[in-house]
Design a protein around this ligand. Structure first.
Ligand SMILES: Nc1ncnc2c1ncn2[C@@H]1O[C@H](COP(=O)(O)OP(=O)(O)OP(=O)(O)O)[C@@H](O)[C@H]1O
Length: 243
């Protein structure tokens, strides 16, 4: 729903991600997240920023249900994660496409296979794979590189393959953990522009980043974490913390 300024109204929309008073203490005693409450609506584009050790990766692991909260509840797409049965976890994770700083491609498989792999895992029929993989690779501008191995690609191209792989199963959420961390400014902007396009088509995009220039330029919602605590949440924010 839009408010009078034409912005999404966070209060009245159904969140696709909700953290309700979530804390996470690791077995070492480190309190990585403290009493975090936040809502992200379907179709939002959100940056999560914060100095090293502020709890950003922990937040992503909690969302993917790789780790469990010590306190509080996390809802994704209407489901409370601690209540998910083991058998429901793969489906939960398929709803979230993930892109990492270090691309994480299969080194001995070509570009087509790297993306097709995500489809094979969910046992898509070959016919559908042959249709969807070239189509998603065209969207990220890699139609000419389908038969090439990752090491024959630039960093920016490798990240575009990773993005295609994250998107091929039509996730409702795209999570990117420092997606431009290994890229020069030109390639970083290409990836951010692609993420913005993905968002315009309806996917909720959540990006953890240290890239001050990009966060300041894009004027999107910015959630800032510090020492496990949410310290600011701005609708059209900038990169406000030092560090
Ligand atoms: N598996 C773990 N066991 C114990 N402590 C951990 C574990 N993972 C993270 N921590 C601690 O939890 C805190 C938050 O870490 P986290 O990785 O979430 O931060 P971050 O904001 O992602 O940092 P960075 O920007 O450096 O990636 C840190 O103090 C870290 O040392």
């Amino acid at each position: 729903m839009m408010n009078l300024n034409g912005e999404h109204d966070r209060e009245t929309e159904l969140p696709i991600i909700a953290f309700d008073k979530v804390s996470k203490t690791y077995s070492t005693g480190t309190k990585a997240i403290t009493n975090l409450s936040l809502k992200i609506n379907k179709g939002e584009f959100v940056f999560i920023v914060g100095s090293s050790g502020s709890g950003k990766s922990t937040l992503i692991k909690l969302l993917l249900k790789e780790i469990e909260p010590s306190e509080g509840n996390i809802f994704v797409n209407g489901k409370e994660l601690t209540r998910l049965r083991r058998s429901q976890i793969p489906k939960h994770r398929r709803g979230i496409g993930v892109v990492f700083q270090d691309f994480r491609l299969l080194k001995d498989r070509n570009v087509f296979e790297n993306v097709a792999f995500a489809q094979r895992v969910i046992q898509e029929p070959i016919r559908s794979i042959k249709r969807k993989v070239p189509s998603i690779l065209a969207e990220v501008g890699l139609s000419e590189k389908m038969q090439v191995l990752p090491k024959q690609l630039s960093g920016g191209e490798q990240q575009r393959v990773a993005l295609a792989r994250a998107l091929v199963n039509n996730p409702v959420i795209l999570l990117a953990d420092e997606p431009t961390g290994n890229l020069d400014p030109k390639n970083s902007w290409e990836i951010m522009n692609l993420l913005e396009e993905v968002n315009k088509k309806g996917t909720t995009v959540v990006i953890v980043t240290h890239n001050r220039e990009i966060v300041d330029a894009m004027q999107k919602r910015v959630i800032t974490m510090n020492k496990g605590v949410l310290i600011s949440d701005e609708t059209k924010g900038g990169y406000s913390y030092e560090g």
